[in-house]
Every structure is written in C-alpha cells, then in structure tokens.
Write a protein that binds this ligand. Structure first.
Ligand code: NAD
Ligand code: ZN
Length: 357
C-alpha cells in the first residue's frame, strides 16, 4: 500500500476583512519590477466596491476574467501568452472570484513557466516546472478549489484538471465578507458542491480517518447553514470553512455517483458544476437515501429551483456520449460502488438514470 504524500497550500489567512492584508502579503513577493497580475471574476467588473480595494501598485495588471463558461484550456493559453508577450514574466497571479476564476488563476500561473499548451497538462503529474507565485481569494464557497491540487479545465478532447504538486496555491485569503453578496441560488448551488462532496466521500469505499475528520466537519457546517431559513454573517463564516474542510477531505477520498453523472451532463450540455451536481443528486435516493432526503429539505427551506427535464428529447447518440464520459470516471464509480462497480453500473442502468434528470 502506497500512501499519497500531499502538497498543500503554503499560507492561509482567514477572517472577516482579511482581504485588506493582501497588499502586505504580496509586498515581499514582488520581484524586479515585474507586475502582480490580478485576475478578477467578471462579476466584479466596472465599479464594484471590491475592485476598488485591489492593492494595485506600479505596473500591476488587472484582468477581468470571463467566466461566462467554465474555464477552457484555450482561454488559459491566451491569457498566459498575453502576459508573456508583454512582461516576459510576472511576480505572481492572484485569482479573485468563484471556483472558475480560482482554477483559471492556478492554470495561468502554471502556463507562465511551462512550455506548450494547457491541454498538454490535463491529467496527473504532467506539469514539469513550478508555477509563478499564486494566490487564491474565493468569493463563492463550496468547490474546495482553494485547497485542491487540481484546476478543472475543458480542453479540445477532455474535461480534466491539471493535477500536480505545482497546482496548489502558495497563499489563500479566506475572507467571509467576500461571499456575502452572492445571489441565493448561486450560493446554494456552489454550497451544495461541498455538501455533495461530503456525502459522496463519507459514504465511499476510499474513506479513511483523515478524510472523515474533515468531511464530517464540513458536512456539519453545511447542515448548519442550509437547514435554516435565515442567513447571517456567521453563515458565511461557516460556509467558507465548510468549503475548506471539504476540500481537505477530498485529499484521501473521492467523490461519487453525483459527480460521475454530472460530468457527462456538463460535457454534453455545458451544465455548470454546482447546478449540475444538484440536478443529478436530486434523483439519487437509491445511492444516498439519507443525504438526498436532507438535500430535498434544504432545497425546500431555501426555496431553490432545481431544473428538471434537462435530458428530455436527447438522441441515443447524445445519451451514449454522456454515458461514455461518465463511465470513464472509474475512480469515482469504484469509490461509490466498490471494486465490482462495472457489474453494478451497466450502460442500461446509467441510461435510465440520465433519462430521469
Ligand atoms: P463559478 O466560479 O463558475 O461562478 C459562478 C457565477 O457566479 C459566475 O457568473 C461568477 O461571475 C459569479 N460570482 C462569483 N462570485 C460571486 C459573488 N460573490 N456574488 C455573485 N456572483 C458571483 O462558480 P463556482 O461554483 O464557485 O465554481 C465552479 C467551478 O469550480 C467549475 O469550473 C468547476 O469545474 C470548478 N471546480 C473546481 C474544483 C477544484 O478542485 N479545482 C472543485 C470543484 C469545482
Ligand atoms: Zn464538485
């Protein structure tokens, strides 16, 4: 048995208002007149208050990250090339935004120091050189992307992350005030990513005490915030820590059925990660009876719309595409159903599941 040896985030600052320490944190990382590059979620474009608080100095660069769709390898290449052409290299990349912007920041910082294209590094341990200094500042909580060793990208042939020891951030800034303004549906979809991660990893076959410790805490925090109708500052604080703990829990565990099925949806239909997981989890009583019952309760209490009928009218060929993508996620299925998952999850059974969505 060989155990994973984890590279983690180097520095973490947590607390309401800690975003204002960013200038001080970045100061010793500034090198030879090379700029810091702030990649800001386009939600904060124009004259949003957060934008005006970004500690721009000298020749620093502020780029509005277009996250209309989840990040593509082509967009990563374009951003990295633009920075290389203009500055040669940079002091660092600071991603401020939801999981998509966070992943984009990781990927661009890797492509500043690695040859070729981003698509060449989709997979496990393919990145050759350490990235430039990178910082993640989440403005939505739930994905765990702030602590993970991957950044999920859609490339020409696959949707897969750059999983490597060079992927985790050097620094993360966890300021619960930044997630405060998120609309309730978005907050719920992203928050449920964490809840679903927890259910899938805690009930999975890969779980160990390390992952259980973080997963149980993350689950408890999600229950605290979503099994109630009033949202307070404390809810933001708890949700931000749920995401962190949920991300830590994935270190030694794995997600399961909801993620495996939702990857197929997102590949074919472009369904976003958070809402896609909700659309699928809504129908997974047979796999996660207790979790799905509680999920329905959270949906009801928070008055959230979960789309239904999204696969209606798809062709056999389209169903096959989703089934192929989904069955390609072997570790997820093995975690969920055990070593004999292929006998249990036949193409027919999976097709029936997709038809329900
Ligand atoms: P997101 O980053 O895709 O953002 C969703 C929407 O919310 C966007 O329109 C964005 O502009 C907006 N937004 C961001 N902050 C906001 C705020 N404070 N208020 C209002 N709107 C705001 O959403 P997400 O759910 O955080 O992230 C999903 C992404 O994370 C996917 O691309 C997924 O692949 C990725 N992901 C990565 C990992 C990982 O380990 N790297 C894990 C899970 C998911
Ligand atoms: Zn997820």
């Amino acid at each position: 048995m060989k155990f994973r040896n984890f590279k983690m985030v180097d520095y973490v600052v947590y607390g309401r208002g800690c975003f204002d320490q960013l200038d001080e944190i970045l100061a010793p990382r500034r090198k030879n007149g090379q700029p810091m590059v702030f990649l800001l979620d386009h939600y904060f474009a124009n004259d949003h208050a957060l934008r005006t608080r970004i500690p721009l100095r000298d020749n620093d660069v502020l780029i509005d990250a277009d996250v209309t769709t989840e990040p593509k390898t082509s967009y990563v290449d374009e951003l990295a090339q633009r920075l290389k052409d203009t500055y040669g290299t940079v002091s660092g990349i600071i991603g401020i935004g939801g999981g998509s912007t966070i992943d984009l920041a990781k990927a661009v910082s890797i492509m500043m120091t690695n040859p070729g294209k981003a698509q060449d590094y989709q997979g496990w341990d393919l990145v050759k050189n350490p990235a430039v200094y990178k910082v993640g500042v989440p403005t939505l909580s739930g994905t765990g992307a702030e602590v993970s060793r991957t950044c999920v990208l859609t490339g020409p042939t696959k949707k897969l992350g750059m999983n490597s020891d060079f992927t985790p951030f050097d620094q993360i800034v966890l300021d619960p005030e930044l997630i405060k303004g998120a609309p309730k549906n978005q907050r719920f979809y992203t928050g449920m990513d964490c809840y679903i991660h927890c259910i899938e990893s805690l009930q999975g076959t890969y779980i160990n005490a390390f992952s259980r410790a973080y997963g149980e805490k993350a689950l408890e925090l999600c229950q605290d915030v979503f099994l109630t109708t009033d949202w307070t500052d404390e809810s933001d604080e708890k949700l931000m820590m749920a995401s962190y703990a949920g991300g830590m829990s994935i270190a030694y565990s794995q997600v399961g059925v909801a993620h495996a099925v939702s990857y197929g949806l997102s590949y074919l239909l472009g369904t976003k990660h958070g809402i896609g997981n909700c659309i699928v989890f809504n129908h997974l009583e047979e796999f996660y009876p207790e979790g799905v019952r509680e999920f329905h309760e959270m949906v009801r209490l928070n008055n959230i719309d979960i789309p239904v009928g999204v696969t209606k009218g798809l062709t056999d060929e389209q169903f096959d595409t989703m089934i192929n993508v989904s069955l390609g996620m072997a570790p997820l299925w093995e975690n969920a159903l055990g070593k004999d998952w292929q006998q249990q999850m036949t193409r027919e059974r999976l097709r029936a599941l997709y038809e329900k969505l």
